[in-house]
Design a protein around this ligand. Structure first.
Ligand code: ATP
Ligand code: PAF
Ligand code: BAL
Length: 282
């Protein structure tokens, strides 16, 4: 296998992309790569002839008081991980490369789901995410694009965008990779002190309690109550704990469902979710 190609400008990307024959899978990231990203890379490696990785901390999706400035930037280690996972091409642009005309005034509107859950706490977040995802799809022209279920609302909205705007790409969802104790891997975990990391386990514990209640055949109300009881840590501040249809559509929940949680642990905001099957109503 030839070596990995690392490019920083759109012109270099266009040239490198033109040299890739066969199918292309893209994995979009904000860097600070971990084993969750690596799983996406390996899925792409298995399903496409070539793997393109994008590494870009997108200012458009950060609110004014969020962590854009302190977001971890670890390009050298990231490139090592990309190499190890068999990526062919890495696109790591600067903000000026991505937005040469300044922040775009034209942005994609995510619709009502974009204003709910993450969108409630992070206004404009999904406008920023969908806008950069669309730009990166145009620039990398993949056949397949891989997204993690850890960011389930993002995955759902990307699927909707591609469907509603007829974007010619297949979106592949990849299950959440966890630490042995249940914590979902996330770049933001590196903000946590050892004590905060212990507290953070309450998110996955709440999801597991909800999933166990569903597996016992309990109804939606009991499933949610079990999850709330298990979210039991004075160090964590709950943002939302929601049980919803697996497609995140509003309305009564039955059959395939998703339990989603977001919480603050110290200054760090974490999210997680789990799929479950609700028994039909008696
Ligand atoms: N634990 C994980 N399992 C599976 N996919 C993941 C996991 N963590 C991140 N991803 C996926 O990797 C892609 C890039 O995500 P990103 O670079 O934002 O990493 P992150 O760990 O989610 O970061 P952050 O902590 O900032 O939310 C997204 O599709 C995301 O869903
Ligand atoms: C999809 C994404 C790379 C867009 O900036 C980001 O939201 C992420 O890392 O999940
Ligand atoms: N992991 C999704 C991108 C973000 O939180 O900004």
């Amino acid at each position: 296998m030839s070596g990995i190609d690392v490019v920083h400008s759109r012109a270099e990307l266009a040239k490198a992309r033109a040299g890739l024959t066969g199918t292309v899978g893209v994995v979009m990231t904000m860097g600070a790569l971990h084993a969750g990203h690596e799983t996406l890379l390996r899925a792409a490696r298995e399903q496409a002839d070539h793997v393109v990785v994008t590494i870009f901390v997108n200012p458009l999706q950060f609110g004014p008081n969020e962590d854009f400035d302190r977001y971890p930037r670890t390009l050298e280690t990231d490139l090592e991980i990309c190499r190890r996972a068999g990526a062919d091409l890495v696109f790591a642009p600067s903000v000026a490369d991505m937005y040469p005309n300044g922040q775009p005034t034209v942005r994609l509107h995510p619709g009502p789901l974009g204003e709910d859950l993450e969108g409630l706490s992070r206004p404009g977040f999904f406008h920023g995410v969908l806008t950069v995802v669309m730009k990166l799809l145009q620039l990398t022209r993949p056949d397949l694009a891989f997204f993690g279920e850890k960011d389930y609302q993002q995955l759902t909205l990307v699927r909707r965008m591609v469907r509603d705007l007829d974007v010619p790409v297949e979106i592949v969802g990849v299950p959440t990779v966890r630490e042995p104790d249940g914590l979902a891997l996330s770049s933001r975990n590196r903000y946590l002190s050892p004590a905060e990391r212990q507290v953070a386990l309450t998110l996955s514990a709440a999801l597991r309690a909800g999933a166990s209640a569903a597996a016992r055949g309990e109804d939606a109300g009991a499933v949610l109550a079990a999850a709330h009881r298990a979210f039991d840590s004075p160090g964590a501040r709950l943002d939302y704990l929601v049980l919803t249809d697996a497609d995140l559509e509003p309305g009564p929940v039955a059959g395939p469902a998703r339990l989603l949680v977001a919480a603050w642990v110290g200054d760090t905001r974490l999210i997680d979710n789990i799929g479950l099957e609700l028994a039909p109503h008696a």
